[in-house]
Structure formats: structure tokens, C-alpha cells
Design a protein around this ligand. Structure first.
Ligand SMILES: [Ca+2]
Ligand SMILES: [Ca+2]
Length: 426
């Protein structure tokens, strides 16, 4: 049975149905979802030639009227999308444990890697499963990539490395697995799950606060915990007995590993369930969409600097959470935008800045949305402000990721099994 991603916000009895969507019915033209069903051919069609360089090979189209163009369908609860640098293939993460390949414009039947099923290590269902993938910046020569999943039987988060036999192969060997980092999870929810290499070549890993509701262990503000943090490690180095290196410019890089000591892996803190995050490949800015508790969904964005505190659980969005009045605010950085659950937002889904070449008028625009509100939204970060924050396509479906390929073109992933590309018309 297909297991679906539960709404990422906790303690919302309506959340499970708020994001409800029908399984894909095999058609892209009769789902009643509006303008996103238009098929755009011609100069904006995808050139899916594998590994032939970063050029998008399109005729640029001016305009800011957003149209979602079908790319693939029939995926099993897709929750993430990424491409290796310089590689035309698109890799899609299925929550149930497989990584699927879109190549030459078509979904490849055989999974690139399958960690699901009875024999696989992935524990899937609710907010658990295979949740993220990141390609080593030198994937094209070393074939290394990293995944984030919750494991059987205890639900702990595993960051595992795999190595393709050859970078251009369309499958990767399960047996190449090397566990880099394992983080126990006290509850089933708030696993976040995305990971990505920064412009600095370090691997960033988003961790939720451990789950339940209201961060009962107050882990997100506790520097001795890896939960509720953005972590940063060096996969090409080793520090002591760790299966990775601690970058020397991490805030607690020289901290020992005692139970009460600040953890040297920490880059920033105060996160609740940062399900999806990413870097602007143009500016290096960091964008974190952090799923809220019961009232506010937020996006944090700005320069990627060490030691940030994004506020949870003192703050939910721009509001006090614990306590509800008179909470700590010093040193906590506010989000650049927030959306109320009163307007249908349940679980904010990031998000990436357009840096492609096919649609020049979109350059610099951040696209994101929400699992429950189901619209595709956009803004431009200008002097620290989210300018012109607006819905650009309604009724997209239950979003699970918005991310770019190797050419900077952007795709919207929805739980109904579809991948659509963001295109624009005059
Ligand atoms: Ca708390
Ligand atoms: Ca926050």
C-alpha cells in the first residue's frame, strides 16, 4: 500500500486531510487543476541530453506569467528532486525508498537506487521515509552522492553515502552504502530530511526538533543536541573517529563530544521542521522553509553565515511561542515571510531561486509553496525583504519540493506523483 507523507505540522487534526490529494489518474489534462496542465512545447521543452554540460539549450522567453509544464507523472509519493552538477538527468526521491531517474524527457522504469520494500533499510510512512538526496560537487568524477532517510526499525535519521560505479550509469549499487551520520529520533515526526552541498563544498543537513509538538525537549535551542539544527560537515575529511570532518569555521568546531558539550556539527539552530532548504546559486544566500507548529509557516532567507538562530521554539514565525508572551527575541533572526494557518497554510515547502537562462525575467525569483494551501508562490529577496510575495499558480497540488536542475531550471514536485517544470510566457 502506498504510504503518504503526512502533513508536516503537528497537532492539527485536520492536517491529514488538508493536504489530501487523489492519486494520479494517469492523465495530465483532466485533473481540473487549471493552468498548470498546459503542455508547452517548442523552445521551452526540456533538452534531457545526459551529461553534456550546464547549458540549457533553449531560446530565452520573456515574461513572468508562470505556467507549469508536465515533465513526469506516476511517481510514488515523490518528496524531492535534484541533479548532479553538469548532468542533464533529474533524480527524484520517492518517500517509499527509491530514487527515480528522468532522462531524455522520460521517467526511467528501473530505479536509480532502491532502499525501499521489505528488504530495504528505509522506514517509510507519515513523515518518515527516504527524504533527501545531494550530489557531491565532484559527482561527475567520483560518483558520490548522499541520502537522508529514516531507518528500520528505530526511525533514526541516517545520512548515507553511495558511490556510482560510473557517474553516467543509470543505476547505483546499494552495496556501496557508507553510513556517514546516524541521529536518533525521539518521535516519529519532524525529521526534516533535505541535505545539500553549499557553495563552499560542505554538506548541509537540515534536522527537525525531534518531533511531538512544541519541542518538548527544547532541543532546537540546545547546542548539545543535533536536532532542531542546520548541520555542516565535510564529507571529504575525517575528524577523530567520525565518518566526516568538522569544518574549522563551524561555530563549535573545537568543542569536545561530551554529552553536555555544544556539538561541533552545528552551523545554525532554532529550527522546528525545516523540511526543505537550499542555496541561491547566484548569491550563495541560504533559504530555509521551516514548518510551523499551529499558526505560522515561515521562510528564512539571507547570507549563509555561521551561528544563526532562527528562533524556534521561542518564536513561531514572527510571534512568541514559548512562552506566548514575553519570549526571548535577542539574537533570534525573524523570517522574511510568514503565512497564517488561517489562510490554509499547513506545511511550507521550499524553495529555490531561479538562476536559469530560459526565462530571463524570472532570474532572482524565489519559488516556494505549501503542502496544504497548494499554491505556488514567489518573491524576490531585496535588501533582506521578501518583495512582491504572491501566489503565481493556484491549486498546484500538495507540494513536497521546488528545486532546480543542473541548468538552473526549476521543477515543482507534488505528492500526487507529478513533476512539472516552471516555465513563463509573456
Ligand atoms: Ca518547548
Ligand atoms: Ca523561525
Amino acid at each position: 500500500m502506498r504510504q503518504r507523507l503526512a502533513a508536516l505540522a503537528l497537532s492539527l487534526p485536520f492536517a491529514a486531510c488538508g493536504g489530501g490529494s487523489s492519486p494520479i489518474d494517469g492523465s495530465v489534462t483532466d485533473d481540473g487543476l487549471g493552468p498548470d496542465t498546459a503542455v508547452v512545447d517548442g523552445p521551452t521543452a526540456i533538452d534531457a541530453t545526459p551529461i553534456d554540460g550546464p547549458s540549457a539549450n533553449c531560446t530565452p522567453v520573456n515574461g513572468t506569467n508562470i505556467v507549469l509544464t508536465p515533465v513526469a507523472q506516476g511517481l510514488d509519493s515523490p518528496v524531492g528532486l535534484a541533479s548532479p552538477p553538469g548532468d542533464r538527468r533529474i533524480f527524484v526521491v520517492e518517500q517509499t525508498g527509491a530514487i527515480r531517474l528522468i532522462k531524455d524527457g522520460a521517467l526511467v522504469t528501473t530505479p536509480y537506487l532502491n532502499l525501499g520494500g521489505t528488504a530495504g533499510p528505509v522506514l517509510s510512512g507519515g513523515e518518515r521515509g527516504l527524504l533527501g538526496i545531494a550530489f557531491h560537487p565532484q559527482f561527475g568524477t567520483n560518483g558520490k552522492f548522499y541520502v537522508d532517510f529514516t531507518r528500520k526499525p528505530d526511525g533514526a535519521t541516517v545520512i548515507a553515502e553511495f558511490t556510482a560505479a560510473a557517474p553516467g550509469n543509470d543505476t547505483a549499487p546499494v552495496a556501496s552504502r557508507r553510513d556517514v551520520l546516524v541521529i536518533p529520533q525521539p518521535f516519529a515526526n519532524h525529521n526534516a530530511g533535505w541535505l545539500e552541498f553549499g557553495p563552499d563544498g560542505k554538506l548541509y543537513i537540515a534536522m527537525g526538533d525531534g518531533g511531538s509538538g512544541g519541542d518538548p525537549g527544547d532541543r532546537a535551542q540546545n547546542d548539545a543536541e543535533l536536532l532542531g539544527k542546520l548541520l555542516r560537515i565535510d564529507v571529504d575529511a575525517r575528524t577523530g573517529t567520525k565518518q566526516y570532518g568538522i569544518p574549522s569555521d563551524n561555530p563549535f568546531a573545537s568543542s569536545p563530544d561530551g554529552a553536555a558539550d555544544p556539538r561541533p556539527e552545528i552551523w545554525g539552530k532554532g529550527l522546528r521542521n525545516p523540511f526543505r532548504f537550499g542555496f541561491d546559486t547566484g548569491t550563495g544566500d541560504l533559504y530555509i522553509a521551516d514548518v510551523g507548529q499551529g499558526a505560522w509557516e515561515e521562510v528564512n532567507a539571507g547570507p549563509n553565515v555561521p551561528g544563526m538562530n532562527w528562533g524556534w521554539d521561542d518564536r513561531e514565525g514572527r510571534h512568541c511561542y514559548e512562552p506566548m508572551t514575553g519570549c526571548l527575541t535577542a539574537g533570534r533572526t525573524e523570517p522574511v515571510t510568514e503565512h497564517s494557518h488561517n489562510s490554509g497554510w499547513i506545511s511550507v515547502i521550499g524553495g529555490v531561486v531561479y538562476r536559469g537562462t530560459c526565462f530571463p525575467d524570472l532570474v532572482g525569483t524565489y519559488f516556494y509553496g505549501d503542502y496544504g494551501q497548494q499554491g505556488l508562490w514567489a518573491f524576490k529577496l531585496t535588501a533582506g525583504q521578501a518583495m512582491n510575495d504572491r501566489e503565481v499558480v493556484p491549486n498546484v497540488g500538495a507540494l513536497t519540493h521546488v528545486n532546480h536542475d543542473a541548468t538552473g531550471e526549476i521543477y515543482v514536485v507534488t505528492q500526487d506523483g507529478r513533476v512539472r517544470r516552471i516555465t513563463a510566457t509573456p
